[in-house]
Design a protein around this ligand. Structure first.
Ligand SMILES: Cc1cc2nc3c(=O)[nH]c(=O)nc-3n(C[C@H](O)[C@H](O)[C@H](O)COP(=O)(O)OP(=O)(O)OC[C@H]3O[C@@H](n4cnc5c(N)ncnc54)[C@H](O)[C@@H]3O)c2cc1C
Length: 497
């Protein structure tokens, strides 16, 4: 029985798997990225029926590390076995150390907890942590399969549609098969095939920057004892992140018990692609490290070059950093197809928010669909967008400002203020709980929509973005213009800290 939105009973709260009656809502999810997988889990928890389509032939464990914010892990309290596994694969007692690119130490190793404390944050509830994507991805795929969700691999979606009269939406795959459901969640990443229907097509713009990225088994460090020593773990086998700040570049390394990761930001060289399988040879990186602007006086530390040399073949990815304007719409005209994650809003991999916002979206849409019930799907999709759009637009802007902070290194300022060596993670980002927010504000959002109040004029509930911020459409061109002129990025009014 679909749930009518009349009373604040136990189905209008955050509850564990098995607590909600069947919503009768049939959900089709496209893509098994973090957004699609979490949407699948959260939709089954909320009582929806779920099917998932993925274009890859099987699970894709490419990738290395990413930042997972606290707001993206709150839902794990309802998945105790996942919470346990998440803690098992997390970095425990991690350290952080900061260098000049030339190898000089700027900030000696400190426990991440101490660096957090120095920033006035509570080390017991860090704003998030670095995670290995392949491990988290495998964890979510097996949970989805364990809970009986049908995941069909090798299903490349080429088109989306909706039929408002019948209250259905669907997609067509490359082999001509049509799939239908009450609602379709497009979680198929940047360049989603749903853009044509949604009308939010935005062009990717080259940023002029790219990233070399590599993750490989730690045993490869045995090939060079000096590298092994320089990139060793801390006492008691505690993992360490080392950040390296150069004149027009930055890099980071992570040494864990099982894996070594290194990532370096650089100017484009011609072989970069926005693809997690675009591998290049170590020689190209070594040459690129020589040729970077600003290396005439202070070159890259030879030990970092030695680390590049021992990286196994077919491992280094040259990932192009493309910028996209915020997409004006995320849903089809009848609100039966909804984009989430990178399909709706892309982030640079260094912004610290791509995975976090994708997961928040997934939790939010599953909750909104449950709150509104089967008879109110378009209304729930629109309420979800009201909760997510301005927050994401702010997080995207913050990502640009973080990228600028890391690229524009002033070593003396970093020595005085270590916060300049890491992306900004303000409280409005990590303190959010997308599920609680949906329960708290769904009815208010529906009331505002019925009164015709515009999203940007919404005052009916507490913002989940910087307090005092007033949304104004913005473009990447303006952001780039400011960056080129050496001006700080204009984030807009409000408390961004
Ligand atoms: C293989 C891979 C490795 C990554 N590694 C990293 C990393 O190391 N560090 C980092 O910061 N970020 C990484 N990312 C990106 C990061 O995971 C995302 O930016 C973020 O988590 C948002 O996730 P998403 O689910 O919205 O999109 P994505 O993670 O991009 O997932 C989209 C999914 O949709 C599938 N898909 C795309 N088009 C279609 C189609 N037409 N039909 C059916 N399925 C389709 C894709 O195969 C993919 O599984 C990686 C992404 C991928 C896909």
């Amino acid at each position: 029985m679909p749930h009518a939105l009349t009373s604040r009973d136990s189905t209008m709260q955050s509850n564990p798997l098995g607590s909600y009656e069947s919503s009768g809502i049939d959900v089709l999810i496209i893509g098994t990225g973090l957004a699609g997988l979490v949407a699948a889990l959260e939709c089954i928890r909320k009582g929806h029926t779920v099917r998932v389509l993925e274009r890859s032939e099987s699970i894709n464990t490419n990738g290395d590390m990413y930042f997972m914010g606290l707001s993206a892990t709150r839902f794990l309290k309802h998945w105790p076995e996942l919470m346990e596994e998440y803690h098992r694969i997390s970095l425990h007692n991690a350290w952080i150390e900061t260098f000049k690119h030339s190898g000089e130490v700027i900030i000696t190793p400190k426990k991440v907890a101490d660096r957090l404390r120095a920033q006035g944050l509570d080390p017991d509830t860090p704003p998030g942590e670095f995670q290995m994507r392949p491990l988290v991805y495998k964890m979510f795929v097996s949970a989805v399969e364990r809970h009986g969700v049908s995941v069909e691999f090798n299903r490349k979606v080429v088109d989306y549609f909706e039929d408002e009269k019948r209250g259905r939406a669907g997609c067509v795959t490359a082999d001509g098969t049509t799939y239908e459901a009450d609602v379709v969640i497009a979680a198929d990443g940047v360049g989603s095939k749903s853009q044509k229907l949604v009308g939010g097509q935005v062009r990717a713009k080259p940023s002029g920057r790219a990233m070399w990225r590599a993750a490989f088994p730690i045993e490869h460090l045995d090939k060079n004892p000096e590298v092994k020593e320089a990139f060793k773990m801390m006492p008691n086998n505690e993992p360490i992140v080392r950040t390296w700040l150069g004149p027009s570049t930055y890099a980071l390394t992570l040494t864990r018990e099982d894996v070594m990761v290194w990532i370096m930001n650089h100017d484009v060289t011609g072989t970069e692609k926005e693809s997690w399988s675009n591998t290049i040879d170590a020689e190209e990186v070594l040459q690129g490290m020589e040729d970077m602007p600003g290396m005439e006086v202070n070159k890259w530390a030879p030990i970092f070059k030695d680390l590049v040399k021992i990286t196994p073949p077919d491992t280094i990815v040259n990932f192009e950093l493309l910028w996209r304007n915020p997409q004006p719409t995320w849903t089809s005209p009848g609100a039966r197809v909804i984009q989430i994650g990178d399909a709706a809003h892309s982030y640079l991999p260094a912004s610290g928010n791509g995975a976090t916002q994708a997961i928040e979206d997934a939790v939010s849409i599953a909750s909104c669909l449950q709150i509104g019930g089967r008879e109110n799907i378009p209304q729930s999709v629109r309420a979800h967008i009201r909760f997510r759009f301005i927050r994401n637009s702010c997080a995207q802007k913050l990502g640009f400002s973080n990228a600028e902070l890391l690229q524009d290194t002033d070593w003396d300022k970093v020595k005085l203020d270590p916060r300049r060596a890491a992306p900004k993670l303000p409280k409005w980002v990590w303190s959010h709980d997308p599920e609680a927010y949906a329960y708290e504000n769904y009815e208010k959002a529906v009331a505002s929509m019925k009164k015709g109040i515009k999203m940007e004029d919404e005052t009916g509930f507490e913002p989940n973005y910087p307090k005092g911020y007033k949304y104004e459409p913005w473009t990447i061109e303006k952001v780039m213009e400011d960056m080129r002129a050496g001006k700080p990025i204009d984030l807009g009014p409000g408390d961004w800290e």
